[in-house]
Design a protein around this ligand. Structure first.
Ligand code: AMP
Ligand code: MG
Length: 338
C-alpha cells in the first residue's frame, strides 16, 4: 500500500478524509480519548480493513461513533431511559454505551454479539467528519493490536504507515486513555466494563446502581470464558520493554528497584518523585488525569529509548487512577508487585 497521507484539520482536508471514508478506506482520526482507526460502520469491506490494518482478533467488537442521538437510534434498539440521561450528562464525551443492536449493523462490527457499542465523541474533527460522512464510524484505537494506544498523529503514522489511506493530525489527545465502557443491567443499573475518564462516582450521580466489573478490580488475568466484554481477554497496550507495575510508597519503590539485577532499567514515576531520584527515569504527571494523558506516549517513548525493563510507580486504584491502573496492569502482563 502507498505511504499514509497526512492531513490537517482544515475544511478542505476534512473533505478529503470524508471522501476516503465514503469510498471505504480506513482513516486515522483524532478523538478526545486516543486516535481512532475509522471506517464507515455500515460498509462491511471497510470495517474488515480495520481488523486487517490492526491485526485485531475478529471477535473483539468495535465501537461505533455517532454525531447525534438520531444516528444512535438508527442503529440501536430498546434504548433504556437511563441511557438518555447518561448521554445528556456525558455526551459528547468519553463514555461508550453497550446497547441492543438493530439488524442494519453487521456482525463484523459487533463480533457476532447482539449488542453494539456506541459513543458520541467530543473532538471537533471527529464529529465534523462523522457528520460529513453521514454515517457512524467504527473506530478502535489506531495502534497495532496489542501495542500502546496512539495519542498523537505521529504515533498513528509509526504504527499504520503503508496500512491505511490517511491520518488527520488533530494534535495531542486531551484525555489520553480510551472511553469508559458501560453496559445496562436491570432497571437503572450500569456495569463498567472498561474504566476511563468518566468514573463510577460520576456515573452514580445519574443512575441508581453502578457495578464495577470484577475483571477490572482483580489483579489476575481474566478467565476467558467469564468476560462480559471480549476486549478484556486480550493482551493489550504492551511496549517492547518488559514492564513491572510496583504498588509501593516512593521509599519502598526505590528499595525494590535497587534490589533488581537489571542493567538496562528505567523507572516511570510521578513528577513529584523526581527530585534526587537515584535511577534513570521518566515522569508521567502529578495527578491521575495527567497520568492518563501521558501514559501511552511514555510507554512508546520507553521503546524509542531502547529501554529493556521499565518499573512503573503504580497509580491509585480509584477515580481516574483506576483507568490508568487498568492500562498499566495489562501493559505489564499482570506483573504487579505489592
Ligand atoms: P477499542 O475500540 O479498541 O477501544 O475497544 C473497544 C472495547 O469495547 C473493547 O474492549 C471491546 O471488547 C468493547 N466492546 C465493543 N463492543 C462491545 C459489545 N457489544 N459488548 C461488550 N463489549 C464491547
Ligand atoms: Mg484499543
Amino acid at each position: 500500500m502507498k505511504d499514509i497521507i497526512c492531513l490537517t484539520g482544515s475544511d478542505e482536508d476534512l473533505e478529503t478524509a470524508a471522501s476516503l471514508l465514503k469510498e471505504g478506506e480506513v482513516v486515522g482520526l483524532p478523538t478526545e480519548t486516543v486516535y481512532g482507526l475509522a471506517a464507515d460502520a455500515t460498509n462491511r469491506e471497510a470495517v474488515a480493513r480495520i481488523f486487517e490494518a490492526k491485526g485485531r482478533p475478529a471477535d473483539n467488537p468495535l465501537i461505533i461513533h455517532v454525531s447525534d442521538l438520531k444516528m444512535m437510534e438508527e442503529y440501536a434498539d430498546d434504548i433504556p431511559r437511563c441511557a438518555y440521561r447518561l448521554a445528556d450528562a456525558f455526551w459528547p464525551g468519553p463514555l461508550t454505551m453497550i446497547l441492543p443492536k438493530k439488524n442494519n449493523i453487521s456482525d463484523i462490527v459487533t463480533g457476532g454479539l447482539d449488542t453494539v457499542a456506541v459513543r458520541m465523541p467530543s473532538h471537533d474533527i471527529m464529529r465534523k467528519v462523522i457528520s460529513m460522512v453521514g454515517r457512524p464510524l467504527a473506530a478502535p484505537s489506531a495502534n497495532l493490536s496489542g501495542s500502546p494506544s496512539p495519542t498523537t498523529a505521529k504515533h498513528v503514522t509509526d504504527d499504520m504507515n503503508g496500512r491505511i489511506a490517511a491520518v488527520v493530525d488533530g494534535g495531542e489527545c486531551s484525555v489520553g486513555v480510551e472511553s469508559t465502557v458501560i453496559s445496562f443491567e436491570g432497571y437503572d443499573s450500569v456495569r463498567i466494563l472498561r474504566p476511563g475518564l468518566v468514573t463510577a462516582e460520576e456515573l452514580s450521580r445519574y443512575v441508581d446502581e453502578v457495578i464495577v466489573d470484577e475483571n477490572i478490580l482483580s489483579d489476575v488475568v481474566p478467565e476467558v470464558k467469564e468476560v462480559r466484554s471480549p476486549g478484556m481477554k486480550y493482551k493489550h497496550y504492551s511496549p517492547e520493554a518488559h514492564v513491572v507495575l510496583v504498588r509501593y510508597s516512593l521509599e519502598q519503590f526505590i528499595k525494590y528497584v535497587s534490589a533488581q539485577p537489571d542493567d538496562s532499567l528505567c523507572c516511570l514515576i510521578y513528577d513529584q518523585d523526581a527530585e534526587n531520584f537515584p535511577f534513570e527515569y521518566m515522569t508521567y504527571g502529578s495527578t491521575p488525569v495527567e497520568q492518563a494523558q501521558q501514559i501511552f506516549s511514555k510507554l512508546r517513548e520507553a521503546d524509542k529509548r531502547g529501554i529493556k525493563n521499565l518499573y512503573v510507580r503504580s497509580p491509585e486504584k480509584d477515580g481516574v487512577g483506576l483507568a490508568v491502573y487498568n492500562r498499566l496492569i495489562r501493559a505489564a502482563g499482570y506483573e504487579v508487585v505489592e
